[in-house]
Structures are given as structure tokens and as C-alpha cells.
Design a protein around this ligand. Structure first.
Ligand SMILES: Nc1nc2c(c(=O)[nH]1)N[C@H]1C(S)=C(S)[C@@H](COP(=O)(O)OP(=O)(O)OC[C@H]3O[C@@H](n4cnc5c(=O)[nH]c(N)nc54)[C@H](O)[C@@H]3O)O[C@H]1N2
Ligand SMILES: Nc1nc2c(c(=O)[nH]1)N[C@H]1C(S)=C(S)[C@@H](COP(=O)(O)OP(=O)(O)OC[C@H]3O[C@@H](n4cnc5c(=O)[nH]c(N)nc54)[C@H](O)[C@@H]3O)O[C@H]1N2
Ligand code: SF4
Ligand SMILES: [Mo]
Length: 744
């Protein structure tokens, strides 16, 4: 039995059972292939342990039987003939060619160990950089490996940590916690739970949840809440599916979210429609905050954001009057240059309206696995931590940011300063196809490294161009795992159903490598023992959790009033002042601006008018597609059929102005580079703004053309330097471009 207060879901059957000729394995989904969620799935395998069918698990409260197209097409990924199937090695002189040789796992492990030991002994562990991608259960173990090996240089290609981190830090450093919208996800009985009520208003802000299901949210919940009475306020430059069904859609100019939030706050303060009682009792720095937002009058806010003043008034009134306000914000808010003060501005809206820890407002989910950020950090010696690239430049990187700054790492590889960089470990990321800016620069930098290990499911552009040893990872139906991260509300297991062949779970690879360098940090015999250790607090072993999952943790609202939110048991929030800090004492101590602020994005029509003359359109890059997760899934026939080629969406007037027609190939060119797209008309965009997705390649184009990434990667328009001066935030959603036809 789990610990007291935990709730289990009743299952009709054990987690593995027979259905006719097929074996059914119940469990959660998590990458790979990539996704941020962890929906309940039923995996059907045949007598050869081959995955033949996937269904949503109707007993799982998370997705309640629903699945999106990528999980429905999972068999095509898992059984794909192009999967990497065994470890391989290649002479570094032959990078970029198919000169890989098959080796055994023990040869691979021994060879990697020898190399990594050599660099550690001769150049210091900091000369090895660990690159990882987004939101997979694997991330935690990669960090532990980097730190226990002794390298502080763990990073990702998303420069300015411009995914999730700005939201988390903008919130946590002002209120002591990250808060998410309350859609009843913390309760096993979900919408039936008597404590819960639907948010009066949900602000879908720079997020497209039906497509992205990001950061532990299942997009359908928004519709479930609408059916139960919630109204939507959508802040998006594009008329998304949800915007079309919203009570109010604010078509914002990209990159101006901070100004809108400050304008809304100012209006609420001027009209005295904010939550006075909550502000009096629980907010710190209201006067300073009021003064800071006071220049953001309706006129000024409207001028900056391109939103008519009357709609700003309507939005402010809607938020202030609503019984429960949930801020459903997405990555667009993180992906402008100064994202931290923008996230601070947005989170102030939930603070001055008292929507923290309340039913239908914002909740801090209970965390079973709350070690995510720094699991294993204790194994990194202090003198190694001091060598972390970026901490001298960005004071914020000393306060809970555990990664190195990607741009600083790149510069170190390029210049050999402040110390030489020798090797890289690349796992769960495809830098050349879509993760970070300027892929050509990243490629050239990495080419300077003497030794590169890659771990992936497929031969990607990054692996083809760079890997000297390439290890094949198992997909989620081929291995065990546990759900971690994203304010995880429940205990959930990923259960092996299919035969992985020679592929291995990422965690198994990390456990094996980890114990070769630091056995103390990796004392477990098997990954399952490791999971049981992590699950200790739940009172269940991994095997018990497999049978019981999902297991929900005890939950209560209004903990700040009862002393259950703060670690010291005092009432209030987890901040220095015990209040939510509209004026951040933490930023002030770090020498940063303690108050939210809007910075005009660069480039933009106003900050760089000369560039705007030559590049007269604002371009949003990286709008998510239903069928693709970043660079992934392009080889899956049924997904590719849904969107065979990358498109750029534009208003018909824009197309007319440049003499373009739907379906033709065009170049999108910015001042730093260009990429190819197909024109797609969309009335839901402002004629001054175009939007496109990222992560594109043509796997069928072959290695000689590096899968066409050179002409398809939209990140060629973005530079590594297009990032925040404090290191948190980077430009992906706000660039300038011109458009012209592709000619033969
Ligand atoms: N222009 C533009 N660029 C962007 C963005 C944008 O909005 N605009 N968004 C950015 C954001 S928010 C993010 S988070 C990054 C994401 O960047 P990444 O995380 O790098 O993106 P992916 O392409 O999903 O993943 C990369 C690789 O991981 C492999 N993979 C998948 N599952 C597994 C697994 O279980 N094990 C192993 N070993 N490998 C696996 C895939 O095959 C793929 O090659 O992209 C960023 N890039
Ligand atoms: N299918 C699929 N799902 C994914 C991913 C994927 O690649 N594919 N990636 C995952 C990852 S790592 C992430 S970070 C999440 C991201 O998921 P989301 O947060 O949903 O990200 P986007 O689709 O990039 O952008 C959401 C919306 O923001 C709007 N937008 C663009 N610029 C601005 C702006 O300046 N202000 C405002 N207010 N809105 C703007 C866009 O038009 C879009 O509708 O998705 C995750 N889920
Ligand atoms: S959100 Fe979609 S792709 Fe992700 S786990 Fe759930 S069903 Fe699968
Ligand atoms: Mo992301």
C-alpha cells in the first residue's frame, strides 16, 4: 500500500494481460519519440513481442482514453526500418559520411570510458560538454551523469534557456513556486472532485495546448473545462482553434506580452478592480509595482501591442471579474529576448487578482519526484561548479539555474577559452535540425571537438555530421521508466511491452557509464532498483507502482494560509518576505531589476527600422504542428502524409502583395540567413506577421545533403547572440524577414 493520503485508481485488470492473441501492457507514455506528457496507454504486442497497436487507457484520469496522432502512429516509429539498431563507431576524420562500423555494447562502453577518462585526466572533466534536449524523463539522468562525471557543462541548444525556464523562474523567484492552471489534474476523480471548480476564465497566452500538450498539460482539459463553464481569453498573434472558440481573442504583436500584462495590471489598479484583500495581506511591493506599470496606459499599451484599447479594457475586466483565473502560458512568452521580466509581468496578473492556491485558479501541484532540477548535483565538486560556463557573465545562473549557458559553451569550443573543450555527449537533441540558432555555426564549432558520443533513436543530421560513437536508444514501449518532472502530480510508470532488440534504455546507458566513473552516485544494480529508490517517498517500489499507477498524492488548496506551503511551517509563501513579491527581493539582491519591464524586441519594426525596411515582415518561428515533435517523426509515413512539407502561413493580402500563391516554394530571408517554405494562406494572421514551424529535414534526401537541413532549418535566420542580456530568454518568436519565390 502507498503512504497515507495517496489515492490509487481502480483497475479492472493487472498491468499486463492477454487479449486474444495479443499481450496488453498498461502504462504511461513518455519519450521517445518525444513528448512532454505521459498519457495513459495500452500497448498491444504480438507473440514476437512486436508492438502492433496502441490505445488510450480509459482508466487513466490524465487523458481518459484519448490519444493524439503521434501516439496513435507509434507503431510506425518503434518498428521503423531506419531505427538505429546497434552501437556504431566511426573515424572522426570521416564525420558526415556513412563510414560507421558496427561494434558491441561492451566495446562501445569500454571505448567511451577510455576516451572520457583521458579528457578528464588531462584537461579536466569540464572539457566534456553534455548536450540534451527537451522534457523527456531521460533529462534527469543525463544531468546526474554529467555531474557525477565531474563536468559542470551540462546544457541544451535552446540558448537563453528559452523554454519553460523563464516561466518557472519568473514565477518561482517572485512567489517561491511555479504555478500551473487548475484543471483538476491533481485529483484521481478529476472533474468530479468536490473541492474543485472550473476556472471562470482561462487565459491561453502564447500557448497552443491542443497541439502542444506541453509541460504536463493535456490540451483536451481546456475543452473539458469549457464544457463545464470556463471562458477563454486567448492572447495570440494567430487565430488558433481555441482562439476561434474564445470569448475574447487579443491579436497581439509578437514579443510584446510584457507590455500587455503591464497595461492590464495598470488598468485594474486604476479602476480598483484588483483583489485588494489579497494584495494587502499577501503581496509585497505593490506601490512600487503600481508605479512601474503606471506608464502603460491604454493608449500606450495599444500602440505597442497593436491591440485596440477597448479589447484591453474588456480583457482586464474579464480577468478581474472571473471566479478563478488560470493563466495557461506557453513557450512564446519565453522566446523573446528579455523573457524574465515578461514572465514576471504575466505572473503579477495572477498575484494581484489573488489567484494562487485556489480552486479554478493557479495551483502548485504536489511533487512526488521533486529532485528533478538538481538530482545528483551533490556529486559535482565545488571547484568544478565554479568552472560552469556562463556563471561569470549571468548572475542569475547562480540561483537555481543548473545548466551552463549554451552561447558561452559554444564560444569556449570555438576559442578554447577560458579552457579547452575536447568532447561532447549528445543525447536527446538534434542541434543541426532544429534546437538552437544558427545551425551552421553550431556544426562548425562541434566539428572542432576531438570526440563526440551520440545517443538517439534515428540517424539524425546531428549524428550524421558529428557522432564518433553512436548508441541506439530504446523507445518508451521498449523499456521501463517513471514519470518525473513538470510539477508532476502523480506516480506513473512507463512499462516495457516490446522487444528492444539490441537497443537500450537511455537510463541503462547512463547507469552503466555513470557507475564506471562514480559508483557512489550510481549504486544500483538495475534501472528498476534506481526507480524504486527515487519512489521511496511514495512507499511503493517500482514493481508495486507498475501495478498501482497512476497514484495521486494528497492535495489541498490554500496552503499558504495554513503554513503548509513554506518549508519552515510559517504561513505565507516561500519567499524572503513570506509574501508574493511584486517587487522581487531576490532580483534586487542579484543586482537585477526587481520589477517587471517591457523591452522592445530586437529586431523589430521599431527597434531596428532600417532592417525593417529591407525585411518588412515579422516572422514567428516554431509554431507547433500536430504531427511532429520538433525535428522528429518526419520518417513516419502516416504523419508525414498529413503535412509533407514545411509551410509558412500568411494573410492572403500579404501573399498578394508579394505576388505569391498558395502551394509555391518561397525563401524566407532574414539578415542572417534564409530557409525554404511552402506558402499557406491563413486569414487568422495580421498581414504584417507570418508564422512557420521549425525542425524540418527531408530524411529521404540522404546524408550527402545532410537531409536538406541546410535549406530547411528556419533557425538559420536566428543568431546565438539574439538572446537576453541576463541570460534568460532568446528570440525565436520575433524575427524579421522578406519573402521571395524559389527559382530554379
Ligand atoms: N525556431 C525555433 N526553434 C526552436 C523552437 C522554436 O519555437 N522555434 N523551440 C525550441 C524548444 S522550446 C525546444 S524545447 C527545442 C527542442 O529541441 P530538441 O529537444 O533537440 O528537439 P527534438 O527534435 O524533439 O529532439 C531531438 C532528438 O531526440 C531524439 N529522441 C527522441 N526521443 C528520444 C529518446 O527517448 N532517447 C534518445 N536518446 N533520443 C531521443 C530524436 O530522435 C531527435 O533526434 O527546440 C527549440 N527550437
Ligand atoms: N506537437 C508538438 N507538441 C509539442 C512540441 C512539438 O514540437 N510538437 N514541442 C514541445 C515543446 S518543447 C514546447 S516548449 C511546447 C510549446 O508549446 P506552445 O507553448 O503551445 O508553443 P508554440 O506552438 O510555439 O506557440 C504557441 C502559440 O504562441 C503564439 N505566439 C507566437 N509568438 C507569440 C508572442 O509573441 N506572443 C504571444 N502571446 N503568442 C505568440 C503562436 O502563434 C502559437 O499559437 O510544445 C511541446 N509540445
Ligand atoms: S500528448 Fe499526445 S503524443 Fe504526448 S503522450 Fe499524450 S497522446 Fe502521446
Ligand atoms: Mo520546449
Amino acid at each position: 500500500m502507498p503512504n497515507e493520503g495517496y489515492t490509487m485508481v481502480t483497475h479492472e485488470k493487472p498491468f499486463r494481460y492477454l487479449s486474444g492473441d495479443l499481450k496488453v501492457t498498461r502504462g504511461a507514455s513518455w519519450s521517445g519519440p518525444g513528448c512532454h506528457d505521459g498519457c495513459g496507454v495500452l500497448l498491444y504486442t504480438n507473440a514476437e513481442d512486436k508492438l502492433v497497436r496502441v490505445e488510450g487507457d480509459p482508466e487513466n484520469p490524465y487523458n481518459q482514453g484519448r490519444l493524439c496522432v503521434r501516439c496513435l502512429a507509434l507503431t510506425e516509429a518503434v518498428n521503423h526500418p531506419d531505427r538505429l539498431r546497434y552501437p556504431m563507431k566511426r573515424d572522426p576524420k570521416k564525420r558526415g559520411t556513412e563510414a560507421f562500423e558496427r561494434i558491441t555494447w561492451s566495446e562501445a562502453y569500454d571505448f567511451i570510458e577510455e576516451k572520457l577518462r583521458y579528457y578528464k585526466d588531462n584537461f579536466g572533466a569540464e572539457s566534456v560538454v553534455f548536450w540534451r534536449g527537451t522534457g523527456r524523463d531521460i533529462a534527469t539522468y543525463i544531468s546526474r551523469f554529467a555531474w557525477s562525471y565531474g563536468s559542470p557543462n551540462l546544457t541544451s541548444g535552446i540558448n537563453g534557456i528559452a523554454c519553460y525556464a523563464p516561466r518557472v523562474f519568473g514565477c518561482a523567484s517572485t512567489s517561491g513556486s511555479f504555478w500551473v492552471g487548475d484543471y483538476s489534474q491533481q485529483f484521481a476523480d478529476r472533474y468530479e472532485n468536490p473541492q474543485w471548480k472550473p476556472p471562470g476564465t482561462i487565459a491561453i497566452w502564447g500557448n497552443n495546448p491542443l497541439i502542444s500538450n506541453s509541460d504536463g498539460l493535456y490540451g483536451h482539459w481546456i475543452i473539458d473545462c469549457m464544457k463545464r463553464g470556463s471562458h477563454l481569453l486567448v492572447v495570440d498573434p494567430k487565430c488558433t482553434w481555441l482562439a476561434a472558440k474564445s470569448a475574447l481573442w487579443l491579436q497581439i504583436r509578437p514579443g510584446t506580452d510584457a507590455a500587455l500584462a503591464m497595461g492590464l495590471a495598470n488598468y485594474m489598479i486604476q479602476e480598483e478592480i484588483y483583489d485588494k484583500e489579497f494584495v494587502d495581506l499577501w503581496c509585497y511591493g505593490f506601490d512600487e509595482f503600481s508605479e512601474r506599470v503606471s506608464p502603460y496606459t491604454l493608449e500606450k499599451t495599444s500602440e505597442i501591442t497593436w491591440i485596440p484599447p477597448e479589447k484591453i479594457v474588456q480583457a482586464a475586466r474579464m480577468i478581474a471579474a472571473s471566479d478563478g483565473f488560470a493563466l495557461q502560458w506557453g513557450v512564446a512568452v519565453d522566446q523573446t529576448t528579455e523573457a524574465l521580466p515578461a514572465c514576471q509581468a504575466l505572473s503579477a496578473l495572477i498575484m494581484i487578482t489573488g489567484n494562487l492556491d485556489n480552486p479554478g485558479g493557479m495551483i502548485k501541484p504536489p511533487e512526488l519526484l521533486n529532485y528533478l532540477g538538481g538530482w545528483g548535483q551533490e556529486f559535482l565538486p565545488q571547484e568544478q561548479e565554479e568552472k560552469r560556463l556562463g556563471i561569470d557573465k549571468y548572475s542569475f545562473y547562480r540561483t537555481g539555474v543548473v545548466s551552463a549557458a549554451a552561447l558561452t559553451v559554444l564560444e569556449a569550443i570555438e576559442k578554447g577559452e577560458p579552457y579547452p573543450m575536447k568532447a561532447a555527449w549528445i543525447q536527446t537533441t538534434d542541434i543541426i535540425t532544429g534546437t538552437g540558432p544558427d545551425p551552421q555555426r553550431a556544426k562548425e564549432a562541434f566539428e572542432k571537438l576531438e570526440f563526440i558520443v551520440g545517443v538517439d533513436l534515428f540517424m539524425t543530421a546531428t549524428m550524421m555530421a558529428l557522432a564518433d560513437v553512436l548508441l541506439p536508444a530504446a523507445t518508451y514501449p521498449e523499456r521501463n521508466g517513471i514519470r518525473v518532472g513538470d510539477g508532476c502530480q502523480r506516480g506513473e510508470t512507463i512499462n516495457q511491452a516490446a522487444d528492444p532488440g539490441e537497443c537500450k534504455a537511455d537510463m541503462e546507458i547512463l547507469l552503466e557509464m555513470g557507475r564506471r566513473f562514480n559508483p557512489e552516485a550510481w549504486p544500483w544494480e538495475t534501472v528498476e532498483d534506481m526507480y524504486s529508490y527515487i519512489l521511496t517517498d511514495s512507499g511503493l517500489s517500482f514493481a508495486e507502482m507498475q501495478e498501482a499507477a497512476p497514484v495521486f498524492l494528497p492535495y489541498e488548496y490554500h496552503k499558504y494560509k495554513t503554513g503548509k506551503l513554506r518549508r519552515d511551517g510559517q504561513v505565507g509563501f516561500n519567499t524572503l518576505t513570506g509574501r508574493v513579491e511584486l517587487y522581487s527581493t531576490m532580483y534586487s539582491r542579484l543586482g537585477l531589476d526587481p520589477l517587471p519591464e517591457f523591452y522592445e524586441p530586437t529586431p523589430s519594426p521599431y527597434s531596428t527600422p532600417e532592417l525593417y525596411e529591407e525585411y518588412p515582415l515579422i516572422i514567428i518561428t516554431g509554431a507547433r504542428d500536430w504531427m511532429y515533435f520538433h525535428s522528429e517523426n518526419r520518417r513516419q509515413e502516416h504523419l508525414r502524409a498529413l503535412r509533407p512539407e514545411p509551410v509558412v502561413e500568411m494573410h492572403p493580402d500579404t501573399a498578394k502583395k508579394y505576388g505569391l500563391t498558395e502551394g509555391e516554394w518561397v525563401w524566407l530571408e532574414g539578415h542572417r540567413g534564409r530557409a525554404k517554405r511552402i506558402v499557406s494562406l491563413n486569414l487568422g494572421l495580421d498581414p504584417r506577421v507570418v508564422s512557420t514551424s521549425h525542425g524540418w529535414s527531408h530524411p529521404e534526401a540522404g546524408p550527402e545533403r545532410l537531409y536538406d537541413t541546410r535549406e530547411l532549418n528556419i533557425n538559420s535566420l536566428i543568431a546565438w547572440e539574439d538572446m537576453s542580456k541576463i541570460g534568460v530568454g532568446a528570440n525565436y518568436k520575433v524575427m524579421l524577414c522578406k519573402i521571395y519565390k524559389v527559382t530554379a
